[in-house]
Write a protein that binds this ligand. Structure first.
Ligand code: ZN
Length: 372
């Protein structure tokens, strides 16, 4: 019989149980996997969980009934990717995202984006701000800037354009003036700048998306350079809420992330698609970090649903993914990732409420009540 750790005081979990060495405990522990049990689903749903990082471009009754059953709220994030046949048409994407929000306004909100490749065209920022404001009028609650700024876009001299380039500044100022949020997926995990390593959580991604692999790429900026520019834009716009996607690309250096969060009160991060990095931390270190920054971490998955997708496998994968993350964060059950076992963190209820709900409401005003 599994027990939810949130029913057990943290001190007991930390001191009373772990008389076995972690290795000995892991060897005998049974892994819990698959979708939510009924009891887990009730505990998860009771938080009114909010996934602040998803990419949903389909309106589907079966998908929406999963959201209703789990009381799950999603922020669907648009982005401009000139290399992807669907994502290079931002207008189609926006229409699809809005259609999803309209199909389930109680559970869905949306984040717009802008085309950074118009950089250098006359009136670039004014045009981007005008379109963004049109989207705010249609209920968008945030704007995404994506990794193509810093890693793909170049100026007329062939130099990579950084996210703190003055050309973007009027856009950031306008977002702040409208009290909306900037979602910043800038840079990538460290492994993007290192030799390919099959043990890395990102190995599959870079072997399948070599276009984003920066190791030894001539002229490619160092990760530190992109993050310096990101930090500069956060510092220059203290009234702009910036949510860094994927732990702000500092998933393999939590102390560095902590220093940024200490320095910039307008900066928070989502946990999307990087939970394995938390699993790989020593358990007590992970618990201490999340407790310390419990007001600055937002739950997210990076899961997607496109209009041509068969809904059933998407729903199953979504629910199993959310269940695994829930077990890891909320219980002391063991979960598995790529053949290794990791014990859940058993975070206390107040921390779970912050990560899964309260922070999303504070960092994304309107997330529970966006207009379709
Ligand atoms: Zn994403």
């Amino acid at each position: 019989m599994k027990k939810l750790a949130l029913l057990i005081p943290l001190a007991f979990i930390a001191c009373g149980r772990h008389f076995k060495s972690p290795a000995a405990a892991a060897a005998t522990a049974a892994v819990v996997s698959g979708p939510f049990t009924a009891a887990e689903a009730r505990a998860f749903a009771a938080l009114e969980p909010i996934d602040t990082h998803s990419h949903v471009y389909a309106a589907n009754p079966a998908f929406n009934s999963m959201l209703a059953r789990l009381h799950l709220h999603l922020l669907t994030i648009c982005l401009y990717d000139n290399r992807d046949p669907f994502l290079k048409n931002l207008q189609h994407e926006i229409i699809a995202a809005r259609r999803f929000v309209a199909s389930d306004p109680g559970h869905a909100a949306w984040c717009t984006s802008f085309n950074p490749f118009r950089y250098g065209h006359p009136g670039f920022a004014a045009r981007a701000a005008r379109l963004i404001n049109r989207d705010f009028a249609h209920g968008a609650i945030a704007v995404k800037i994506w990794k193509n700024v810093g890693m793909e876009l170049k100026n007329s001299r062939g130099q990579y354009v950084m996210p703190d380039d003055p050309a973007f500044e009027p856009i950031f100022r306008d977002i702040a003036a409208r009290h909306k949020t900037l979602v910043a997926h800038l840079a990538e995990p460290d492994s993007c700048w290192k030799p390919l390593d099959p043990a890395s959580p990102d190995y599959w991604y870079y072997t399948h998306n070599p276009v984003w692999y920066m190791y030894k790429r001539p002229g490619a900026p160092a990760k530190a350079e992109i993050l310096r520019a990101r930090d500069h834009l956060v510092a220059e716009n203290p009234r702009l809420r910036v949510v860094g996607a994927h732990f702000g690309s500092l998933e393999s250096n939590f102390p560095q992330l902590g220093r940024r969060l200490d320095r910039y009160p307008n900066f928070a991060v989502d946990m999307a698609a990087r939970m394995p990095y938390v699993m790989m931390l020593p358990r007590q270190e992970a618990i201490a970090f999340i407790e310390k920054y419990q007001h600055r971490l937002l739950y997210g998955t990076d899961l997607g649903f496109m209009s041509g997708d068969n809904p059933q496998p998407v729903i199953q994968r979504w629910e199993s993914n959310d269940a695994r993350d829930w077990r890891f964060l909320a219980t002391d059950d063991w979960v598995s990732y790529r053949g290794k076992k990791y014990q859940g963190l058993g975070l206390p209820p107040r921390v779970l409420a912050n990560i899964y709900h309260n922070n999303a409401v504070r960092w994304f005003p309107g997330i529970l009540g966006a207009k379709p």
